[in-house]
Write a protein that binds this ligand. Structure first.
Ligand code: OFO
Length: 167
């Protein structure tokens, strides 16, 4: 049995994963508006990954015979001026999610719940990859600076991303 505290924290993370999905959907929409279809595609793939993260929490709660509580999802912002601000916000968001996952691991230890701690290990590793892939975009955009042709080429590269791959 999950402790009440652990159950609440897992349900909160289920909500946070769906917020991640919603945020990246907003980023996909903004990138499409900015005429960057490759960036838009990259974020749409990210949406699918976040939905998978959410479902992992959903399935785990049920597996432990906990009650899933679906909470409301906040409206994400959508007014990023350009690609660098979009990806910088995506990186900040991933860093925030990493912190949340680490807090969950801490709570699982405090609640003496090694099964949940083991379940969370997948997310600990995943967050390292998530941060690295978004940081890769931030760094590439810094190198490009104001080069429209560089941005065009990068956009074409991002259009090739497939589900399960960082790029
Ligand atoms: Fe982007 O890793 Fe889940 O939220």
């Amino acid at each position: 049995m999950l402790s009440p505290k652990m159950l609440q924290a897992l349900n909160d993370q289920l909500q946070a994963e769906y917020f991640s999905s919603y945020l990246y959907l907003a980023m996909a929409a903004r990138c499409a508006d900015l005429n960057l279809p490759g960036f838009a595609h990259w974020f749409r793939v990210q949406v699918q990954e976040e939905n998978q993260h959410a479902l992992k929490f959903f399935d785990y709660i049920l597996l432990r015979r906990g009650t899933v509580e679906l909470k409301g999802i906040e409206k994400p912002k959508g007014d990023w001026p350009d690609a660098p601000t979009v990806v910088e916000d995506a990186l900040k968001h991933e860093q925030y999610i990493t912190q949340r996952i680490h807090n969950l691991v801490k709570l699982a230890r405090e609640e003496n719940d090694p099964a949940t701690e083991a379940f969370l290990q997948w997310f600990v590793t995943e967050q390292v990859e998530e941060e690295a892939s978004v940081d890769g975009l931030v760094q590439q955009l810094k190198i490009l600076g104001d080069s429209p042709s560089g941005l065009f080429i990068m956009d074409r590269e991002l259009a090739k991303r497939q589900v399960g791959g960082a790029e």
